[in-house]
Design a protein around this ligand. Structure first.
Ligand SMILES: Cc1cc2nc3c(=O)[nH]c(=O)nc-3n(C[C@H](O)[C@H](O)[C@H](O)COP(=O)(O)O)c2cc1C
Length: 273
């Protein structure tokens, strides 16, 4: 049930909801309505609620009063540019937990990232406590060591042996970089675009986190460890079996702060004309 409803007094009959509906299921010849037989075609994207100039539309249990107005309320383009260019992979963290509320806030915002066909199936598995992270880290290094002793490593992942060695001998943690928290984005294999959905969600997570002084780093090493070298880690983390693990990211209160953006030279661009 979509719970689509229109405040008839407020509706200006502008028909924008019908024009913007990607499924073209809103009949706006009078007060906008969605026929019962068309409900299943709804993308559940909320465009009708978002575009309505008078805030007349409610759908999926939400109304305009529960939304943030957009007019004059977006970050300036230069602020976005600075955020994107100033984002850095953070590899030094304070030995402290983030408040749980702050972690939840990051996840709730990242949840608004787009997904293929708006399936909204991305699943975040989170470690929100540094003690638990330390326990999980031990399981990862133990699992890698067992794997090395039992089967060895594929040639293209042989470097993991060095990571285990420097952790054991020098307490240098190349895999987690001393971060107190972890988020792994996964998605059911049957979702339209499971891997892409995870990457996009974590990209949003990262950018939003860095506006708050929270460091993040994409964790390809841990992703390989989970997906290729120690698959039991999927079960250990409680990630549903039918899920594809998209990517891992560690995060926490940053112990480094960058003073400026960097330059990468011009983008590689080709125009088809
Ligand atoms: C998909 C992906 C995987 C990555 N994996 C790791 C990783 O396992 N460990 C790490 O320290 N950095 C990792 N990084 C960070 C890159 O090394 C980093 O983006 C690059 O050095 C440029 O630095 P910057 O992110 O600060 O611009 C990864 C980045 C991406 C996009």
């Amino acid at each position: 049930m979509l719970q689509f409803s229109v405040n008839e007094q407020r509706c200006s009959r502008c028909q924008l909801c019908a024009k913007d509906c990607p499924a073209s299921i809103i009949d706006a010849s009078g007060i906008p309505l969605i026929c019962a037989e068309d409900e299943a075609k709804c993308y559940r994207c909320g465009h009708c609620l978002a575009i309505c100039p008078t805030g007349s539309i409610a759908i999926l249990g939400y109304n305009a009063e529960q939304s943030t107005p957009l007019a004059g309320n977006l970050p300036a383009a230069e602020q976005m540019e600075t955020l994107i260019k100033g984002r850095r992979s953070v590899r030094h963290y304070l030995d402290a937990n983030l408040p749980k509320q702050e972690i939840d806030d990051l996840l709730q915002v990242a949840w608004h990232a787009p997904t293929g066909h708006n399936t909204q199936k991305v699943h975040f598995t989170v470690i929100d406590d540094k003690g638990v992270l330390a326990r999980f880290r031990d399981k990862v290094y133990d699992g890698l060591e067992e794997r090395i002793q039992r089967d060895g490593l594929p040639v293209n992942r042989a470097f993991f042996a060095d990571f285990v060695r420097v952790w054991r001998e020098k307490n240098v943690d190349v895999l987690f970089r001393g971060a107190p928290h972890l988020v792994v984005a996964s998605s059911p294999q049957v979702a339209t675009t499971p891997a892409y959905d995870c990457f996009i969600a974590l990209s949003y997570f990262e950018l939003y986190a860095q506006t708050k002084g929270i460091g993040t780093v994409w964790n390809g090493l841990l992703t390989w460890a989970i997906n290729e070298l120690v698959p039991s880690l999927v079960h250990e983390l409680g990630i549903p079996q039918e899920h594809q693990v998209g990517y891992a990211m560690v995060f926490g209160p940053a112990a480094v702060h960058y003073a400026r953006t960097i330059n990468r030279g011009p983008a590689k661009v080709a125009f088809y004309r």
